[in-house]
Structure formats: C-alpha cells, structure tokens
Design a protein around this ligand. Structure first.
Ligand code: SF4
Length: 141
C-alpha cells in the first residue's frame, strides 16, 4: 500500500509562507491529487499571521528578525501538526527545506544573512523523533 505523507502546505500551493508566497511542487502536488498527502503549515497552526516576520533558530530558540521570541508558537504548531499527521496515519514527511519549522537537515544559522548550517526546524525535528521518514521533496520518485 502507498505511504501516507504529511507535506508542507506551502509546497502544495497554499500561500502560507512568511512572505505570503508558495510553490506548487510537482511531486508533492501529485501526492495530494492521489489523496496520499496531508498538507500542514505548522507556523499558521501555531497561531502566527501570514505574512509574518521571518524567523531563524538562534541558540536553540526561534527568533524573528526583529527580536521576538516565537519559540512557543513554533512548538505548539509542530505538536499540533504532528498530532494530525499521526491521526491520518502518515509515516513519512516531505517538508520545505531550510525553514525554521520544516527544514530537515539544513537550516539558516540565525544571523539572517542567508547562511546555512546543519540543523532541524521544530516540526521536522518532532517528525524525526516520532519515527517519520523525512524525505526531501526533490528526492520524491
Ligand atoms: Fe511552509 Fe512549513 Fe513554513 Fe508553513 S511552516 S510556510 S509549511 S515551510
């Protein structure tokens, strides 16, 4: 049977990114069309507005570019989206790279300079810790 997959909603055409944009990633769209994907946006579910001030992980906290600590919103959104993914029987996560929520393996370094370092966004880390397989969208079959 085909795997059920939780996906970043911004890869499925939902304009939920911090800047109000999104993409329609062809392989992610195909999973949605097939009824095999659950699109979620942890930042919106955590109560943040769109558009919103960009945030990066700074010393383990999630901080907006203007210095607000939004770790609580990020963690609440991550927990709630994990709950939905488990409810829907998802065993795999296909997430938007580099995001402080969805980035899996690489994130920005907290200096808002576009510099990447190894690391995980809050939602990606929670998915990993709960046994979901993390797959880069560009590596989907
Ligand atoms: Fe996309 Fe995830 Fe950011 Fe939401 S939190 S906009 S789903 S990368």
């Amino acid at each position: 049977t085909a795997k059920r997959t939780v996906v970043s909603a911004c890869l499925a055409g939902v304009p939920c990114r911090y800047d109000g944009n999104c993409t329609e990633h062809p392989a992610v769209m195909e999973l949605v069309r097939a009824g095999l994907a659950l699109p979620v946006c942890p930042e919106q579910v955590g109560g943040l507005p769109t558009p919103r001030t960009p945030a990066e992980i700074v010393d383990g906290r999630v901080m907006t570019k203007d210095g607000q600590d939004v770790t609580g919103e990020y963690e609440q959104g991550a927990r709630e989206c994990l709950r939905l993914a488990k409810l829907a029987g998802c065993t795999r996560a296909v997430l938007q790279p580099r995001s402080p929520s969805c980035g899996a393996g690489t994130v920005y370094d907290g200096t808002f300079s576009g510099t990447l370092i190894p690391g995980f966004g809050r939602f990606a880390a929670l998915c990993r810790d709960n046994g979901l397989e993390l797959v880069n969208p560009d590596d989907l079959d």
